[in-house]
Ligand binder design. Structure first.
Ligand code: ZN
Length: 319
């Protein structure tokens, strides 16, 4: 397929341009937002998001790939409202985000449960990709799931459903992992077992480690590694993240890396104002204002930067 679905409709792959491969617009706790509206100033949040995304476009980013799915409060109508006021491509996802347990709507139905039967997740994911999200006609272009420290039965069930939806649609996969527990390798094992070509998978948050041996292993298995938390210095300082990307680029692996911040305009997991204090660099424009010059300084060529920011995303979405 020579085009990719975005919130504003399908576009030619070439129009993806410069891509940040893992940025959220909003990460919300939907129960909380519905029931405690004092915690969610919608008009302010929309205006803030428009401003932030305009800044991102102004530094040269054409597309963000937004892995916000069930469990992260995906609300495509909110993203539509933001995107109507800013000229940037936003690629939407489908999937389910959990580190351990499944939400209750999956507890009693589906494989290994009281009622058994097929996993409804597969149908939900496929519908988002082929027909559109929540009746909007906006199609998800990729699949998202997560594994944190261990492969719980719930995490495995989501991964298997994601693999099945991938096989039915060809939509590529992004998986949240935690390199401390080397769970990128576990995700690869499950996807491989389920018949997924690992070249269609981004192992997200691989940039949270400087362990080159681990990163080589992920790359040798065929996946992209997501060097996708620039600015989250409390988890790993920027200097270490930059040195790791530069080392892999020098070893010839720029074709296997994608870049991002994993930032958002608003995430209700943290108290208001804490990001500015605890993680001042964790925002959309940090890569273009600070990381790219530092990578260049560290010997990464313009060609390698283009590979990571333009060519790899385009290849990932080609199917
Ligand atoms: Zn994320």
């Amino acid at each position: 397929m020579l085009q990719v679905e975005t919130v504003r409709g399908p576009i030619p792959l070439a129009q993806l341009g410069t891509v940040l491969m893992h940025e959220h617009v909003f990460v919300l706790s939907e129960d909380l937002r519905r029931n405690c509206p004092q915690l969610w100033q919608e008009e302010d949040q929309i205006a803030n998001a428009v401003g932030r995304l305009r800044e991102l476009k102004a530094v040269g980013v054409d597309t963000i790939v937004d892995p916000t799915v069930l469990g992260l409060g995906r609300d495509i109508e909110l993203v539509v409202r933001v995107n109507a006021e800013v000229d940037i491509n936003i690629v939407a996802a489908t999937g389910l985000y959990t580190y351990h347990d499944l939400p209750f709507f999956l507890h009693y139905q589906g494989p290994g449960t009281l009622l058994g039967g097929e996993d409804m997740l597969v149908g939900l994911f496929v519908k988002d990709i082929t027909e559109g999200i929540a009746g909007t006609g906006i199609k998800a272009a990729f699949l998202k799931c997560a594994i944190e420290d261990t492969l719980s039965p719930g995490v495995e069930r989501v991964m298997v459903a994601v693999a099945e939806a991938h096989k039915r649609t060809g939509a590529p996969i992004t998986v949240h992992t935690n390199p401390t527990y080397r769970t990128g390798l576990v995700a690869q094992e499950i996807f491989k077992r389920e018949g997924v070509d690992l070249g269609n998978v981004v192992i997200g948050h691989s940039g949270d480690t400087t362990d080159l041996a681990y990163l080589h292993e992920l790359i040798d298995n065929g996946s992209y590694v997501g060097m996708d938390r620039f600015g989250l210095d409390a988890m790993l300082p920027s200097d270490a993240r930059i040195a790791t990307v530069a080392a892999l680029a020098e070893q010839g692996f720029s074709e296997r890396m994608v870049l991002a911040h994993d930032a958002s305009c608003h995430v209700d997991w943290f108290p208001p104002g804490i990001r500015e204090v605890a993680a001042p660099n964790w925002h959309y424009t940090f890569i273009h204002t600070t990381v790219i010059p530092a990578l260049t300084q560290a010997g990464v060529t313009d060609e390698q930067l283009t590979t990571m920011l333009v060519d790899n995303p385009r290849r990932y979405f080609s199917r």
